[in-house]
Design a protein around this ligand. Structure first.
Ligand SMILES: CC(C)(COP(=O)(O)OP(=O)(O)OC[C@H]1O[C@@H](n2cnc3c(N)ncnc32)[C@H](O)[C@@H]1OP(=O)(O)O)[C@@H](O)C(=O)NCCC(=O)NCCS
Length: 197
């Protein structure tokens, strides 16, 4: 078990876990076990008319990922993005992607960027998250971000920059429920510092 998971389990159980339908939602590493649910979630995101399609959804070809080997390769790639030494486009920073899962159901996805670049300082920040449309308005994003903050701390962040669109009321509430302190507006984005411990 990675060190951050030990830390989370020991100290952060109350905010890490969210109980729905007698199952426990938690952050997990991307895994081939959730292939079917991941692909169903991707379809939901494509059909969502309330929000723009998340970039991680645009990044995948769901038809190709029905192949088990292709999905395994995708999971391996996503996991490798957290390695400092991994090859990546030069505008990318190392990033830890985690899935919010309840049993075999993938409910959401969250990514912690290990450091900022000038574009990320304006928009994007350290942490991004998405909850699949069928799982929204059940507290998942609020609980998922709470669970991610100690992980961000274990990755060396002293505080996390979060940004959201001025029009994204739900995301503002998620950030503020996690202690977000409003910094300013940059373009159409609101920026917040969120304490990680
Ligand atoms: C924004 C998003 C992550 C919220 O996820 P969620 O799991 O529904 O959020 P929660 O259930 O934790 O709700 C958080 C708060 O927002 C409110 N909320 C949720 N959806 C809302 C909506 N469409 N309009 C207004 N308020 C909303 C909830 O009532 C809750 O308010 P409360 O704290 O006063 O109870 C989700 O809608 C999503 O994935 N959107 C697309 C991607 C995105 O915008 N990501 C964030 C980018 S900054």
């Amino acid at each position: 078990m990675p060190a951050w998971q030990c830390t989370v389990v020991r100290h952060c159980l109350p905010v890490l876990l969210s109980v729905h339908n007698d199952e426990v939602a938690k952050l997990i590493d991307p895994t081939i076990r959730l292939q079917a649910s991941f692909l169903a979630a991707v379809n939901e995101f494509h059909e969502d008319r309330d929000y723009p399609t998340p970039w991680f959804v645009d990044d995948v070809d769901p038809a190709a990922l029905t192949d088990t080997a292709a999905f395994a390769a995708y999971v391996t790639r996503v996991l490798s993005e957290r390695d400092e030494s991994a090859r990546r486009a030069n505008w990318f920073v190392p990033m830890t992607t985690l899935w919010w899962a309840e049993g075999d159901q993938m409910l959401g996805r969250l990514a912690i960027r290990h450091r900022l670049t000038p574009p990320l300082e304006k928009s994007g920040g350290h942490i991004g998250y998405d909850v699949r449309p069928s799982a929204r308005r059940q507290g998942h994003a609020t609980a998922m971000l709470a669970a991610a903050l100690p992980i961000a701390r274990s990755l060396g962040l002293m505080r996390a920059l979060l940004t959201c669109a001025e029009t994204n009321t739900a995301s503002q509430r998620v950030i503020e429920a996690n202690g977000g302190q409003f910094i300013d507006r940059v373009g159409d984005k609101r920026r917040y510092w969120v304490p990680v411990s």
